[in-house]
Design a protein around this ligand. Structure first.
Ligand code: AMP
Length: 474
């Protein structure tokens, strides 16, 4: 599974682009395919976007050219739209009221339908991203202020969005009424910052203030900060539980809770539900470290560093091309033989998606001399694809949608395999009724239009142009 995007925005800093760059650095885990910053100096917008990691995309000179006291930035992994530079964000356009840029985390589930309608009306699209649809809706709005135009556009889209818009003079942040993806507000002196996770505040020495509420819009401008409730928040929110399991950094606060705290609880709960007769606990670094600490603490087993991760490769899962995954596990992890040899080992991972990583890892751990491998997973079996911003493969590729836990245990070649229960998972968060757990139970809080796959947009566009060509030649 992959999502995955990060947004960052800052209004009123002499070093807006540099701050945004640092914020994006700390949010690198949310998207590693491309990065972009757009800044504004009161007159002009400046833009830099490229494919690759934050460290590669920017240089001193580039950052100096991004002038101004306002900036928004984005890291992207494609959940809709092919991996290509035209699909990098923030996405900047000119429209009748000037320039506007958008940075989006999430997925709009009715974007194909909206886009088709607009194309049939003569609109021209430059990318295959669902976010571009939003800019079209804003540009078409007949409302008389930018805030109202954005609200008008948001009223027409369905799905998951944590958004930042940059206009000539304002940053407008908005979070969907279901609150799928995180978005939080911070402050540094008199400067306000909005970011996907609070770790982006820490890196620039800013303080976390609060979450942007579901259905809330925050406007940052020379007049200060303004909050507008643009839609009632959903009766039951759909905050993504996967942010706690895997996606967010443990040093962040998301949805008002410390990720580290929730993740430790996952580990403790897992140990309560499924103890193991073993000698040591190891994690699959880094995403499972905190869960493994919780498990070790509750089970009384020593936590050991049994797998060493090479930090100079990206999260391989996050790289789009499937073939690259064949050799990723050995590049990424190496077992510490002295730690593993002759031991009965509890291996903690946060999730199993396709099962391919774990299968290879178990082989490595056995080759290193482990006597027994007991696998414990800090989330329930993933049986359904997400289309709210976490990039899950199609359902048929999810191992738990086809195999029972015992079959997976056999496939992975482990002595025992146990997952955290849905009930146990929900006991680890403060407001369990307000989470989306679709990937574990298949209940979709917002229905999508049509069939979904990562490149449904590209596919749909291809199909549509095919159909059009036929229509035209008929
Ligand atoms: P798989 O080989 O498909 O079972 O991969 C499972 C591994 O992918 C787990 O170790 C997770 O840490 C990791 N993972 C889970 N969800 C995601 C995601 N959304 N993006 C990237 N990696 C993920």
């Amino acid at each position: 599974m992959k999502e995955e995007c990060a947004v960052f925005g800052i209004f009123g800093s002499k070093e807006a682009a540099q701050m945004t760059y640092l914020g994006l650095y700390s949010l690198q885990h949310r998207g590693q395919e491309s990065s972009g910053i757009i800044s504004y100096d009161g007159k002009k917008m400046y833009e830099h976007k490229a494919m690759g990691l934050v460290s590669k995309v920017y240089s001193d000179d580039i950052l100096k050219e991004l002038e101004g006291h306002v900036a928004i930035g984005h890291n992207r992994y494609s959940t809709t739209g092919i991996s290509h530079v035209v699909n990098t964000q923030p996405f900047l356009v000119d429209c009748r009221f000037g320039k506007i840029a958008v940075a989006h985390n999430g997925n709009l589930v009715n974007a194909v339908e909206l886009r088709t309608r607009m194309e049939d009306d003569g609109s021209i699209f430059r990318s295959t991203m669902d976010s571009e649809v939003l800019l079209h809706l804003i540009a078409r709005s007949r409302e008389d202020s930018i805030e109202k135009m954005v609200i008008d556009a948001l009223g027409q889209v369905k799905g998951a969005y944590s958004l930042l818009f940059l206009t000539q003079g304002k940053i407008i942040a908005a979070r969907d009424p279901n609150g799928f993806r995180p978005l939080c507000l911070g402050k540094l002196g008199n400067t306000h910052i909005i970011a996907s996770e609070s770790c982006a505040f820490d890196i620039i020495g800013a303080a976390y203030l609060r979450e942007v509420e579901p259905g809330e819009m925050i406007v940052l401008s020379e007049d200060g900060i303004k909050s507008i409730k643009f839609a009632a928040s959903a009766e039951r929110l759909s905050k993504c539980i996967f942010e706690f399991i895997y996606f967010s950094r443990p040093d962040s606060k998301v949805f008002g809770e410390n990720v580290d705290k929730v993740r430790r609880k996952l580990g403790r709960k897992l140990a309560e539900e499924h103890p193991a007769d073993a000698d040591i606990v190891i994690s699959v670094p880094d995403s499972s470290n905190t869960i493994a600490l919780g498990f070790a603490e509750a089970s009384g087993l020593p936590f050991e560093l049994g797998l060493i991760r090479n930090h100079y490769v990206g999260r391989t899962f996050i790289q789009p091309k499937q073939r690259e995954r064949d050799w990723d596990v050995r590049i990424k992890f190496n077992p510490v033989k002295g730690v593993l040899r002759g031991k009965r080992i509890v291996v903690i991972d946060d999730s199993i998606v396709r099962g391919s990583t774990m299968r290879k890892l178990v082989t490595l751990i056995r080759e290193a001399g482990a006597a027994e491998v007991h696998l414990r997973i800090g989330s329930p079996p993933i049986t359904h694809s997400c289309y709210y911003g976490i990039d899950t493969p199609t359902r048929s590729e999810l191992i738990a949608s086809k195999k029972s836990v015992r079959e997976i245990e056999k496939y992975l070649g482990v002595e025992s395999l146990h997952y955290l229960s849905v009930k146990g998972l929900l006991e680890c968060v403060d407001d369990p009724d307000n989470y989306c757990i679709t990937c574990f139970n298949g209940v979709y809080p917002i229905q999508r239009d049509g069939d979904y796959s990562k490149d449904v947009f590209d596919q749909d566009i291809k199909d549509k142009s095919g159909r059009r060509a036929e229509r035209n030649s008929a």
